[in-house]
Unconditional design. Structure first.
Length: 352
């Protein structure tokens, strides 16, 4: 297993006018009453510990009494815009239980807990700085994965809904050993498909704490799915294996599980299944994908060195000359998706 190194700090890329137009067309770009910078004006904080008294790397922040009321009201309005039509009739029944700030990672998000005081149901959403890489990652996840995503962008602020599930590192450490053999085989299959999905759409840095395991009860068994939760490293790095979760040491247990459960033929079968499913999604979102890729090919979201390194490594992997001609990360993604679509259409032509 490689010792993969992520760039120490990926720069935040501004959201271009073209991407803003795209987001407006698909109802992602909506005026909201509060900005990321507003939440930075907290007066104090305390460390948030988990149930085992381990530092979570989140701090709970506090605001002075003159600002807290306005901030709470604005966050409640954001919640209604994100989860409904912005109707403010429900605001009297909402409470902002906590605002947490993460000191770890590039995005430094705020996590807001909103509770319905009538029934104590609660949910979270995140407030982050608007970054083009992250927006492209969220949109590609929405269209090319099995999971829809809900997010909003306004100027330099990004609002993301919370993705529920057990953090991958916690699941591997505390829960995987208690799964039965059938469940382990299913998790191994999902990891193969997740690995392939990340590779195809160039989503990087899927270490175990950047995805969640989602268990769902189905009749007499539990179905497990794997979902990415961090889209900061969307087509930025130059190393090809950054986009393959199997090469991170944090995922070693999952890789060992795949080796234990499957032979190469089965792994190849699941990879082919995932490529075929993604090709079908490409066809379903044809116009929208083309518009998004058009934004990416006219955008700058990586360095020249990373682009040169990645397109060379993908060419070695696919022998597709289009990658050698790629001028930016958007074109690399475009030719990757074209490669998947073309292979799928050629395969189907054989059976006509």
């Amino acid at each position: 297993m490689e010792d993969l190194k992520i760039s120490k700090k990926k720069p935040s890329y501004p959201i271009s006018g073209k991407l803003h137009d795209y987001l407006t067309e698909y109802k992602r770009n909506i005026r909201i009453p509060i900005f990321y910078d507003d939440l930075l004006r907290f007066q104090g904080s305390v460390v948030v510990y988990d149930k085992n008294d381990i530092d979570t790397l989140w701090v709970r922040v506090f605001y002075n009494e003159f600002e807290r009321e306005d901030i709470d009201l604005s966050l409640k309005k954001v919640y209604t815009i994100l989860h409904s039509d912005g109707n403010e009739k429900t605001i009297p029944y909402l409470n902002v239980d906590s605002i947490d700030f993460c000191t770890f990672g590039n995005s430094k998000p705020f996590r807001v807990k909103i509770r319905n005081i009538l029934n104590d149901n609660y949910t979270y959403f995140y407030v982050k700085t608007g970054d083009a890489s992250r927006v492209y990652g969220l949109e590609l996840e929405h269209m090319l994965s099995p999971h829809n995503l809900n997010f909003l962008v306004y100027k330099n602020t990004l609002i993301e809904e919370h993705i529920t599930g057990v953090p991958g590192d916690e699941f591997i450490k505390n829960m995987l050993k208690d799964c039965n053999e059938s469940e382990k085989a299913q998790i191994a299959k999902e990891f193969v498909k997740f690995n392939e999905r990340c590779l195809i759409r160039l989503l990087g840095d899927m270490r175990s704490y950047n995805y969640v395991i989602v268990p769902t009860h189905d009749f007499d068994h539990v179905v497990f799915k794997i979902r990415a939760i961090d889209f900061d490293q969307q087509c930025y790095e130059g190393k090809f294996n950054i986009y393959r979760p199997q090469f991170f040491k944090e995922n070693l247990k999952m890789v060992e599980l795949v080796s234990e459960k499957f032979k190469k033929q089965s792994i190849d079968q699941y990879k082919l299944e995932e490529r075929s499913i993604m090709a079908k999604r490409l066809l379903s979102y044809d116009d929208r994908i083309k518009e998004l890729i058009d934004c990416m090919t006219n955008d700058s979201i990586s360095t020249k060195e990373n682009i040169k390194q990645l397109k060379s490594m993908i060419y070695d992997y696919t022998l597709d000359l289009n990658f050698k001609k790629s001028k930016n990360m958007g074109e690399i993604v475009k030719y990757t998706l074209d490669f998947i679509r073309r292979n799928y259409e050629n395969m189907n032509t054989k059976y006509l």
